[in-house]
Each structure stands twice: as C-alpha cells, then as structure tokens.
Design a protein around this ligand. Structure first.
Ligand SMILES: [Zn+2]
Length: 134
C-alpha cells in the first residue's frame, strides 16, 4: 500500500511539526496530535551523492523538501532525476519503509507528473490543515 502524504505530529502547544510519530513535542515536550503532511512541497536543498552506501549505489539524487504547512523531509527524486532548489514537488508512493527517513518526490505540475507510476489512493483526510507555526 502506498500513499502520498507523510505521517507525523503537530504540537498542540507550540505548533512544531515533525515527520516522525513521537509521543511528545521534540521542541517543547507538549502534547502532540497526529498529522499528515504533503503531498506538495518545495525543494529547500538538493544534491547528487557520488559515494555508494550499502543498498544505495552512486550516483543518486537527494533533496530536502519543505512540505507545505509541514516539516522539512529528506527525499529521493523518483527516477533519480536531480531536483533544483525552489522546485515544486509532490510526495509519491510513500511506503512503510520510506516513512522512516527518505520520502520519494517528483516534480509537481505538468503532464509528466502523472507519468508512469500507478495511480495514488485518495489522501487520508487531515483533520486540521492550518499551520500554527507561523
Ligand atoms: Zn511544542
């Protein structure tokens, strides 16, 4: 099963958002509520890594993506196509193993954004999309 949002928490006290499910706010230790972030975001930083790691053969592209009204997440472009800073992207095909550290993204908009991947299931409804952190 895949989806196009990233699970995490939003602090009910200070508004901090995190892409990890934690029992307390990492910033203020306040009460947190479950949240879903994405699917849209903006590339904050991008690079191509030229050093292979176990299970990851170089070269491969990585980026940090600021999810809209959500946290910054580490992401790997679908198709291993390098991204550029400021580019709009979408989270795609989140799987259980991806939820740990690395999200998959692809450029947002345009005909190719609907390309070869399987259709995504409907996003689970986020109970509250307002961003208390700004
Ligand atoms: Zn907090």
């Amino acid at each position: 099963m895949t989806r196009d949002t990233v699970p995490g928490v939003r602090c009910a006290v200070c508004g901090y958002v995190a892409a990890l499910v934690r029992p307390r706010c990492p910033a203020c230790r306040g009460r947190v509520e479950p949240a879903e972030f994405g699917p849209a975001g903006t590339v904050w930083s991008a690079t191509v890594v030229h050093v292979s790691l176990p299970g990851r053969k170089a070269p491969y592209a990585l980026a940090y993506v600021d999810l809209d009204a959500g946290p910054r997440v580490l992401a790997q472009p679908a198709g291993n196509t390098p991204l550029r800073v400021g580019q709009r992207v979408r989270i795609v095909n989140v799987t259980a193993e991806d939820e740990i550290r690395v999200q998959r993204v692809r450029p947002a908009g345009g005909a190719d954004s609907r390309g070869g991947d399987r259709p995504l299931p409907p996003a689970e409804s986020a109970p509250d999309s307002e961003h208390a952190g700004t």
